[in-house]
Write a protein that binds this ligand. Structure first.
Ligand SMILES: Cc1cc2nc3c(=O)[nH]c(=O)nc-3n(C[C@H](O)[C@H](O)[C@H](O)COP(=O)(O)OP(=O)(O)OC[C@H]3O[C@@H](n4cnc5c(N)ncnc54)[C@H](O)[C@@H]3O)c2cc1C
Length: 448
């Protein structure tokens, strides 16, 4: 390739995580992983060690165990969003809301279910192979909980649509969900059995550690640049470089930091707080349950049992940060909201303070499609998680691996049909629009 046609992609910024993830803090400190030093060659380089990147590595190894794969993770595995989420690997679309449910809408929901269940199948196979306990990986299902008339109505409509899709579900009255959660705050609930609950930091570390030679994960090794060479690509890191034929870009919103999907991805952050341990006798109900809100912008709550007591996790609030970083002030404000939500739901536990608070980044596209596909010759994107990356980014990683290796499946069929992400309006309209939209939707979610 002539020097003039050389393509160079340089990271304009690297990820920075805000706050301390309770999930990471609950685990032993991670032994420092391998850092890339010097020059190596590899058949494939994967940039990003989250759900998408590690799942891509797993799938590549399944399809062709002889391929040498290097996964580059900028931080320590588990510190970014994949290790700091609420731990729901959800099998059903969040919303299947259309009054006249059928036709295209039902077909789209069925495809969304194929995507999620393909991800869950991969995760379940790893869990079985590694012999993980239910503290790490628990196929226990989830509750969607309502706290208002509007939430109740939404759950009933959702249950109706699940019935039409032939999906198992069970509506619970206020008394029945109180028996599970130990709080009378919820007005109704809907149980669906297919969600897997994970300790996200333990899960993502476990997936990384399940990868075997010739797949290697390099931690604290950001990709800072990649450039085309006659034969493929040269990926540069602070202390080394890799010559490779193919790249999987699995760094979610940070694909834009390399110049890809510019103006097509909204960088939305969400936040979580986790209490100190408390005596389990102080809250009746089950010691372990997980609930997402009836309305999408509402509050997720999880009770997590431990040897020294139980903890409650509260996740809520969405903010937009085009620079892909959020600060301590935003985290503090989200934390104040978590405290209010916690006190409203658990009036008998108001003396239990939060011990950990954290933020994490998600990449959302206007038309809810992944930022996916072969974006340069030999460079495959598995980005744009659209907020539920435990399933969607895992599936994107699998699909990118299959596309790259020419393996056809139901999943690749679906992914090949996705539209490209729609362009967002020019700045500052996107910022104004995104902030107004998030504020309005949070206001609509009300107490939920
Ligand atoms: C508080 C919170 C709760 C959430 N709850 C849920 C939930 O319950 N269920 C769910 O499905 N989703 C949830 N999410 C969203 C979910 O975490 C994301 O959708 C998911 O992590 C996206 O996965 P990913 O692999 O695409 O990206 P990420 O998990 O962000 O992984 C990308 C990785 O790329 C790395 N990286 C970036 N740039 C570079 C570079 N230049 N070189 C090398 N590495 C790089 C990053 O460090 C990161 O580890 C939640 C998110 C948050 C913040």
């Amino acid at each position: 390739m002539a020097a003039s046609s050389k393509k160079i992609f340089t990271a304009s910024r690297l990820p920075r995580n805000t706050g301390t993830s309770g999930w990471v803090a609950m685990l032993p400190t991670r032994r420092a992983g391998l850092r890339l030093q010097g020059h190596i060659t590899s058949d494939v380089v994967i940039i990003g060690g989250g759900f998408a990147g590690l799942s891509a590595a797993r799938r590549i190894h399944e399809l062709d165990p002889g391929l040498k794969v290097a996964v580059l993770e900028a931080d320590v595995v588990g510190e970014a969003a994949a290790g700091r989420n609420s731990g729901f690997i959800i099998d059903l679309p969040h919303e299947v809301s259309s009054d006249d449910y059928g036709g295209d809408s039902a077909a789209r929901s069925k495809e969304a279910i194929v995507i999620s269940r393909t991800a869950i199948a991969l995760a379940s196979a790893i869990a079985a192979e590694q012999g993980w306990s239910k503290d790490v990986f628990d196929p226990c299902g989830r509750y969607s909980v309502a706290i208002s008339d509007e939430g109740d109505h939404h759950l009933t409509a959702y249950a109706d649509q699940l019935g039409k899709l032939g999906e198992k579900h069970q509506l619970l009255s206020a008394r029945e969900i109180a028996e599970v959660t130990g709080t009378r705050s919820y007005t109704s609930a809907l149980f669906t059995p297919g969600t897997v609950m994970v300790q996200p930091a333990a899960y993502i570390r476990g997936v990384a550690d399940s990868l075997v030679d010739p797949v290697t994960v390099y931690e604290q090794t950001p990709a800072v640049q990649f450039e085309s060479t006659g034969a493929g690509w040269l990926v540069k890191t602070p202390e080394g470089s890799i010559s490779t034929g193919r790249i999987v870009l699995a760094n979610n919103g940070h694909a834009e930091s390399f110049g890809f999907f510019k103006g097509q991805v909204l960088h939305i952050f969400t936040f979580a707080s986790m209490t100190h341990e408390f005596d389990p006798a102080r809250l009746s109900g089950h010691r372990k349950w997980a609930a997402t809100p009836a309305l999408p912008m509402g509050t997720t709550v999880r009770r997590v049992p431990g040897q020294n007591g139980d903890r409650i996790l509260v996740r809520s609030r969405y903010t937009y940060h085009p620079g892909l970083v959020t600060g301590d002030g935003t985290l503090r404000r989200a934390g104040a909201q978590h405290d209010r939500k916690f006190k409203a739901r658990f009036p008998t536990l108001t003396d239990i303070p939060m011990e950990y608070r954290w933020a994490g980044a998600m990449a959302v596209t206007w038309n809810s499609v992944p930022a996916f596909g072969e974006i340069e010759k030999g460079v495959f994107a598995a980005c744009g998680c659209n907020g539920v990356g435990a399933s969607k980014a895992t599936a994107s990683g699998i699909a990118a691996a299959e596309l790259m290796l020419g393996h056809n499946s139901r999943l690749t069929e679906i992914y090949k049909r996705f539209d490209a992400p729609k362009s967002l309006p020019p700045q500052p309209l996107t910022t104004i629009g995104a902030k107004a939209n998030l504020a309005f939707r949070e206001w609509m979610a009300g107490a939920e």
